[in-house]
Design a binder for this molecule. Structure first.
Ligand code: PMP
Length: 405
């Protein structure tokens, strides 16, 4: 079946809107992707027809709301091939998922224990470990990259020591687009008895991660980057580890019994879901998986790759334009600078032409330091982007360059 881009675009009303008097060209998908109408309708239905607090309710709409939220949990479990629904913890997103692991799993770490990170991590996979370092005295070790923006895997292996207690790295870089060999990296860590967290925030919109194949211990992602609603996300955790971990937050939903003397905690996954969850968002989140499945994750991947392969050489023809990240199998993320022009100025002028890109350090300041730059302009593609939009980006850049040089 051919890729029906018109049908896909019809599902996203925002793509019709204008910015000033220009047609919007939305190329900021790495930061957040747009949401199909059907998913938005589910949010509306959640508020208009089924708004009742989940779990514990005997009345009909509470049970309906619970079933819808739990349906999404099974959907996530199936999509990522987790062994059990108990391994799917709902959170506010990637950031909260990593904080949960660092706070809860990290309680077992002691002064001098070592956690391995990489230089291409998003701040969400750096700062929680630094907060843990402040509390416990752990040591952070950092894997570097080569000039193509690929991890130095020899260095990765050499950083393991008898004190290594955790390796935590991204599946796909939100700046370079680099796809890391997470399965091999996990296997190596496991050969040293070290658990692994994979930050899947940028992978989940482009590929289907299989938990039993990658075999990592934790995998985290956000709904809003994969065509879903904002405010919800996932922590996948291996059941034995989740069972051995103390709760992250205390409150309702996560207990079996509370007295002032002693409280017992709920079973998985609820032990880690204190308080009222965003059950409306979670209900609608299932629709994001439906969208990706309808279009086909492989088709999305191929379409984005075609856009990347079309755009990259054309951008490189522009004098002074430099792209960061050139791994052959990279995701459809193009980070670039033009001569000495400031990334913010480029992004500002592109916006005047209707082209929405992201500028700055992309929450990856250590990577910017490694690259020796303050920031980049970043254009990124999703399922609904077109070759005309790629052309619009290229034409807009050609138009703004003379204004900046
Ligand atoms: N990790 C990576 C690789 C990301 O790209 C992002 C979002 N830019 C995050 C973590 C944080 O995700 P969120 O803000 O949804 O928690």
């Amino acid at each position: 079946m051919s890729y029906d881009i018109d049908n896909i675009r019809d599902e996203f009303p925002i793509l019709q809107r204008k910015v000033g008097d220009r047609q919007l060209v939305y190329l900021d998908n790495t930061a957040t992707s747009q949401t199909p109408h059907r998913v938005v309708e589910e949010v509306v239905a959640g508020y208009e027809h089924t708004k009742a607090n989940v779990h514990r309710g005997v009345h009909t709409i509470s049970q309906e709301a619970t079933d819808l939220m739990e349906h999404t949990r099974r959907r996530v479990q199936g999509w990522i091939n987790a062994r059990s629904f108990e391994e799917i913890i709902f959170t506010r997103g990637t950031t909260e998922s990593i904080n949960l692991v660092a706070s809860s799993f990290g309680q077992r770490f002691r002064e001098g224990d070592e956690v391995i990170l990489t230089v291409m991590e998003h701040h969400a996979n750096i700062v929680p470990w630094q907060l843990l370092r402040q509390r416990t005295g752990i040591v952070l070790k950092v894997v570097g990259i080569n000039d193509r923006g690929e991890l130095d895997l020899d260095q990765y292996r050499s950083l393991f020591s008898p004190r290594t207690v955790m390796a935590s790295f991204t599946h796909i870089s939100n700046v370079l687009g680099t796809v890391n060999p997470v399965k091999e990296m996990t296997a190596f860590a496991h050969s040293r008895g070290v658990p692994v967290l994979v930050d899947g925030a940028q992978a989940i919109p482009h590929l289907r991660p299989d938990m039993q194949d990658i075999d990592c211990d934790f995998y985290v992602f956000s709904s809003h980057k994969m065509y879903g609603p904002t405010g919800v996300g996932v922590l996948y955790g291996r059941k034995e580890l989740l069972e051995s971990m103390p709760p992250y937050q205390g409150g309702g939903e996560m207990i079996k019994h509370v007295s002032f003397e002693h409280t017992t905690f709920a079973d998985l996954p609820f032990k880690f879901e204190a308080g009222t969850p965003d059950y409306v968002g979670l209900r609608a989140y299932a629709g994001a998986f439906d969208f990706i499945e309808r279009v086909g994750i492989e088709s999305i991947h191929e379409h984005e790759k075609a856009l990347l392969d079309y755009t990259t050489p054309r951008l490189l023809e522009i004098p002074g334009l430099k792209i960061y990240g050139s791994q052959p199998q990279k995701a459809a993320v193009i980070s670039f600078n033009i001569g000495d022009a400031h990334n913010y100025d480029v992004g500002f002028l592109l916006d005047k032409l209707g082209v929405a890109v992201r500028t700055g350090h992309h929450c990856a300041q250590p990577l910017m330091e490694r690259l020796g730059i303050p920031g980049t302009v970043r254009a990124s593609f999703a399922a609904y982007n077109t070759f005309e939009e790629a052309d619009a980006l290229i034409a807009a850049i050609k138009r703004v360059v003379p204004m900046l040089m």
